[in-house]
Ligand binder design. Structure first.
Ligand SMILES: O=P(O)(O)O[C@@H]1[C@@H](OP(=O)(O)O)[C@H](OP(=O)(O)O)[C@H](O)[C@H](OP(=O)(O)O)[C@H]1OP(=O)(O)O
Ligand SMILES: Nc1ncnc2c1ncn2[C@@H]1O[C@H](COP(=O)(O)OP(=O)(O)OP(=O)(O)O)[C@@H](O)[C@H]1O
Length: 499
């Protein structure tokens, strides 16, 4: 990229989250990721450069190690002409969802991250002319805490995502409660995974987006977004999954297309032999909470039918979900066990503020930082060193609980042997695919007190409001066993797939 010759007309709004905004190049397969800040909290250029460089270093030295070389794209910090950034900011403003406009794009530093466009990922920098479909999933936390520091009994039964849903609906963030439960997606059990993916398709919230040729075609921007339209989605997807047959339109076609999509995504999520050192964490089977969440409609349905839920997670060790889950489980103590350790570090820093640098609270995120993360002991010897290790592990775990997985699928050419990437078959077509992970910005040390408060709020709200009127809520949330039984019968396994 020639930073000297930047033209805002070559870039378009692509998407944004709470802390960054992404624009995509119209022709080339790259994006620019800018930081965003509340209007009154601007940072200096030097601080912004350092923040971005920390993101790159953390990706390279920590996340690549844990998740594997092929899944993580760190990008590089670039310095852009200020006039270009200003014009770009004006150009895209009208496309930003209102709910994200509480923060402004940083137009003052001129720094941004340049990354491959993962929604069009082919060969970095060059757009191929093959159509491309991309599914982005933000799976959230895939386990129930196993820490003995947990005081709320409910946290041993219901996962954070399912509990948080109720608070989010109550505060108007989303309109209705999703049937998605991360534990189903992370189960490795194909039926549970199908159910999780279908639930995401029904109620995408900010956990699912679908792009076609880099354009967002499915997913919500905020609670005001229109209701999910599966027939419209199927219209977009049909040429990918049924390229040469005249499958009639209508509900039958919609169901067939959605089923194919869900099967392909499941297969891709279960694939992968990429190395990565998540195994280095050696989180043994003892370190596991329950494998099912009591609030998941899928497991509830199984219980209604008197069936046992699967005993073991079937995630293959090489797949990205498995590795992500291992990193999430670096949260060994839960926020309840971690918070007193955070307070210990805080007290130390109050006494010796100059030590902040030595403790690597704000970086550098280098090899030494990575090595410290591998110490999984939970025996507190009362030292600041122990507390610091647990705090840093928690921050990394929280990062993995909030990252997104991008799956890019492009139909195979006749001569697929020329394609270097792995192939996933569907009933009527084949796709070359790639899997990547994004939003791997290390969560700030300062967010720990917020996490502690939020955790209490989520559990208390769920326990008081939902659990108290349990029976009523259970029956309205789902026309329960009926719904799930239907899914269990409907989803046939593709030939050759056995559980
Ligand atoms: O706390 P959570 O689980 O609600 O996660 C936050 C996300 O909300 P979600 O529940 O996924 O809708 C939230 O996502 P949205 O802004 O709601 O799209 C952010 O990702 C936030 O991270 P950060 O503060 O920007 O670094 C996330 O905060 P962290 O907890 O990861 O710091
Ligand atoms: N390299 C990339 N290629 C394509 N799209 C991207 C890329 N990076 C980010 N995006 C898109 O931009 C959106 C926002 O990016 P990202 O999730 O990094 O923002 P964030 O503000 O850090 O998120 P959060 O709200 O979780 O803090 C993503 O959901 C994704 O759709």
């Amino acid at each position: 990229m020639d930073e000297g010759k930047m033209d805002e007309n070559e870039w378009g709004y692509h998407g944004e989250g709470n802390k960054s905004l992404v624009v995509a190049h119209a022709q080339r397969c790259v994006v620019l990721r800018f930081l965003k800040f509340p209007p009154n909290r601007k940072k200096t250029s030097e601080e912004i450069f350092q923040h971005l460089q920390n993101i790159v270093d953390f990706g390279k030295n920590v996340m690549k190690e844990f998740l594997g070389e092929n899944y993580v794209h760190c990008g590089e910090v670039v310095q852009l002409p200020l006039e270009f950034v200003k014009q770009l900011c004006l150009k895209i403003q009208c496309e930003r969802p209102e709910s994200r406009c509480d923060k402004d794009l940083d137009t003052l530093s001129g720094y941004a991250l340049c990354l491959p466009n993962l929604a069009r990922l082919q060969t970095y920098r060059f757009t191929e002319h093959r159509p491309i479909l991309c599914v982005e999933i933000k799976p959230k936390c895939g386990f129930i805490p196993f820490s003995s520091d947990v005081t709320h009994e409910m946290k041993h039964k219901v996962c954070r995502y399912c509990m948080h849903q109720h608070l989010k609906v109550a505060t108007g963030k989303w309109k209705q409660i999703s049937k998605y439960c991360p534990l189903d997606l992370y189960s490795g059990n194909k039926q549970r995974m199908y159910f999780a993916l279908k639930s995401l398709l029904q109620e995408a919230q900010n956990n699912l987006k679908i792009f076609k040729n880099g354009e967002l075609i499915y997913g919500c921007k905020d609670a005001r977004s229109p209701v999910a339209d599966w027939s419209e989605l199927a219209r977009h997807l049909k040429p990918f999954f049924f390229p040469s047959n005249g499958l009639a339109s209508g509900p039958h076609c919609t169901r067939a297309v959605i089923r194919e999509l869900v099967r392909v995504i499941t297969r891709v999520l279960l694939s992968g032999s990429d190395k990565g050192r998540a195994g280095a964490l050696r989180l043994g089977p003892g370190l596991r909470g329950p494998l099912v969440c009591e609030a998941s409609p899928f497991s509830r349905s199984l219980r209604c039918q008197g069936k046992n839920t699967p005993e073991r997670s079937g995630l293959p060790k090489g797949c990205l979900l498995y590795k992500t889950l291992q990193v999430q489980m670096l949260d060994l103590l839960d926020i309840e066990g971690l918070y007193p350790l955070y307070r210990r570090v805080e007290r130390y820093l109050e006494e010796f503020p100059e030590e902040r640098k030595t403790l690597q609270i704000d970086g550098p995120y280098d090899e030494a930082f990575y090595q410290r993360l591998l110490d999984l002991s939970t025996e507190d010897d009362g030292t600041v060193a122990f507390a610091l290790t647990k705090v840093q592990q928690y921050r990394v775990a929280m990062t993995a609980k909030d990252c997104s997985i991008m799956i890019a699928l492009s139909p195979c050419l006749q001569d697929a042997s020329s394609d270097q990437r792995p192939i996933v078959p569907s009933s009527r077509s084949r796709f070359a695919f790639s899997v990547s992970v994004l939003d791997l910005d290390l969560k700030p040390y300062e967010s720990i007190p917020h996490q502690y408060k939020l955790d209490g709020k989520i559990v208390n709200y769920y326990s008081k409001t939902v659990h108290a009127k349990d029976a009523a809520v259970m029956s309205t949330r789902f026309k329960d066993s009926e719904d799930c039984t239907l899914v269990l019968h409907k989803v046939g396994l593709p030939p050759g797939d056995t559980e």
